[in-house]
Design a protein around this ligand. Structure first.
Ligand SMILES: NCc1[nH]cc(CCC(=O)O)c1CC(=O)O
Length: 309
């Protein structure tokens, strides 16, 4: 192992820092390296700076990644730690997702202010979320709810909830676990009831293609099962040409030597939804995801996407 400092790029939110530290810890134990072999480099992104609008409205891909990728491409950092869910399907030339850590709980969590379960909320209750997918799924399950825009990092959202600004909110179980806030969860939503975003719960590492030193460093901490599931989910997203304005859910898991995928696309009002379930061999994870995307796209019809984007 070279003695050069390994620079790990990350956003500065509590969640991003927890993910960068988890990556560093795994690398330290895989290679018997000391903590001071690494430097965590905090990078501010457009997604962090824009706080007053839904990000889907701002548009553009890579709101949480562009500034980080610039520093990766020019060598100021050696690897970048991300939430897979926030990663666009297309990456800048010369960069790739080289490593996936074992996936955390992929489910969404409901956090109720006074009522513990989503479906027990009274008529017209207010639920805050900034995610188009969560908003659409909420409207699909409970058209009566008042779904409001709710942004900010995880601790900010929990504070607003505690102050009674909303009756409930939805957050990823994985993020809450990583922040030691899982005790706040009042209901973990089953995957078939509230399907997660492609990539949810999985930390990924982006690095430069052909950087052998970093490839060798990352190889022992890559989780093959998570990598296969993510290849499938990202291919599904890619086949749908997932603009940030389309509510898309997708989840793959491995069992008995095969890969099982389920996906859903919805209109933002939740009134129209299309679902798909497919399984295949693990080697064909990418093809399976792409096929599922093409199939669901065909079922929905061209009008489905044209109706609001
Ligand atoms: N868009 C923000 C974001 N990106 C990843 C996570 C959670 C962690 C994960 O999915 O790995 C979150 C917060 C949330 O959705 O609650």
């Amino acid at each position: 192992m070279e003695t050069d400092l390994i620079r790990i790029g990350t956003r500065g939110s509590d969640l991003a820092l927890a993910q960068a530290r988890e990556t560093r810890t795994r690398l330290m134990s895989a290679h018997g390296m000391p903590q001071d072999a690494f430097e965590i480099v905090v990078i501010s992104t457009a997604g962090d700076r824009i706080q007053d609008r839904p990000l889907a409205e701002v548009g553009g891909k890579g709101l949480f990644t562009m500034e980080i990728e610039e520093r990766l491409a020019d060598g100021r950092i050696d690897l970048a730690v991300h939430s897979s869910k926030d990663m666009p399907t297309e990456l800048p030339e010369g960069l790739y997702l080289s490593c996936f850590l074992p996936r955390e709980d992929a489910r969404d969590a409901f956090i109720g202010h006074q009522i513990e379960k989503l479906l027990d909320l009274p008529q017209g209750a207010t639920v805050g979320s900034s995610s188009l997918r969560r908003q659409a799924l909420l409207r699909r399950l409970r058209p009566d709810l008042n779904v409001v825009l709710y942004r900010g990092n995880v601790p900010t959202r929990l504070r607003k909830l505690a102050e009674g600004e909303v009756d409930g909110t939805l957050l990823a179980m994985a993020g809450l676990r990583r922040l030691n806030l899982a005790d706040q969860v009042t209901e973990a939503l089953p995957i078939n009831m509230f399907p997660p975003a492609p990539g949810q719960g999985a930390i990924c590492i982006e690095s430069r293609m052909g950087d052998e030193r970093i490839d060798n460093l990352l190889a022992p901490i890559n989780d093959g099962e998570t990598a296969a599931a993510l290849a499938c989910e990202r291919a599904f997203l890619g086949a749908l040409d997932g603009s940030c304005r389309t509510p898309i859910a997708g989840h793959a898991h491995l069992a008995k030597g095969r890969i099982y995928f389920s996906g859903m696309i919805l209109t933002p009002d939740g009134r129209e939804a299309h679902e798909i379930e497919m399984d295949g061999t693990i080697e064909d994870a990418t093809a399976l995801g792409r096929q599922a995307g093409e199939e669901i796209r065909g079922r929905a019809g061209a009008d489905f996407f044209a109706s609001w984007t």
